[in-house]
Design a protein around this ligand. Structure first.
Ligand SMILES: CC(C)(COP(=O)(O)OP(=O)(O)OC[C@H]1O[C@@H](n2cnc3c(N)ncnc32)[C@H](O)[C@@H]1OP(=O)(O)O)[C@@H](O)C(=O)NCCC(=O)NCCS
Length: 200
């Protein structure tokens, strides 16, 4: 079982004034979030049909000049993540353009999302694979800690219709220990709640 030491999601800034960020929200004019494939039109459909459990579906985009160089998505509960509560959100499909990695863009994005959506009550989730050290390090840097090992189940033999379920909860994080044996689903609500105004 992996343990991860959690630390506060501290203030983050963009590298310089050449970078700007903006939010995408489901809309008829641009139903597919920039940088994502056609299939992600589903997010706009889920939003407008109220398949998403709340109204906060959004994507944070960071631009460098005219290029989008980072994307972090924020999704409510839907059939894939039945373990989430109705008001919860999950940060997912986090991506930084390979030429712009290790500049703190993902950390900035997660910190900005946490500051916008943490209200001390909802849980913010982050799912990652145990064999993705960059993603694990990012979640750790943003203040997430392991919650449970997860299992993905196909439905009707179809991967896209599958869902995740919790197979076993992680013990409380131990100071300074880090292991990546398990895929982890990571809630931040209690942690963020403790941080007060810096993260909410
Ligand atoms: C994971 C990813 C989004 C990180 O983006 P990034 O903009 O380079 O990340 P940052 O520069 O903000 O780094 C955030 C933290 O993660 C750490 N980190 C980033 N890449 C890392 C790597 N390859 N190995 C170890 N740690 C890494 C950084 O050191 C930093 O920690 P620190 O602030 O304590 O120094 C990027 O590598 C990526 O797009 N990967 C492919 C898609 C993916 O795996 N997404 C995550 C799953 S949804």
């Amino acid at each position: 079982m992996g343990l991860v030491h959690s630390k506060p999601a501290s203030h983050a800034t963009l590298p310089d004034s050449g970078y700007q960020y903006q939010w995408w929200h489901p809309c008829l004019q641009q139903p597919i979030p920039p940088t994502l494939p056609l299939i992600n039109i589903a997010w706009s459909i889920f939003h407008f049909l109220h398949i998403f459990s709340n109204r906060h579906c959004s994507v944070l985009l960071i631009r460098h000049g005219s290029r989008i160089v980072h994307r972090s998505c924020v999704l409510p509960r839907f059939f894939r993540w039945p373990f989430m509560a109705a008001d919860d959100l999950q940060i997912t499909a986090v991506w930084t353009h390979p030429e712009f990695r290790h500049l703190g863009l993902a950390r900035f994005a997660l910190t900005t999302i946490l500051q916008r959506f943490s209200d001390g009550k909802r849980t913010l989730w982050y799912l990652t694979q145990s064999d993705n050290p960059a993603s694990l390090a990012l979640s750790h840097a943003a203040g997430f800690s392991p919650f449970a090992a997860m299992e993905r189940k196909n439905r009707f033999g179809i991967h896209a219709l599958g869902n995740f379920r919790i197979v076993n909860h992680c013990p409380r994080p131990a100071q300074g220990r880090f292991s990546s044996e398990t895929a982890s689903v990571i809630p931040a609500a209690n942690f963020l709640h403790q941080q007060g105004p810096t993260t909410s």
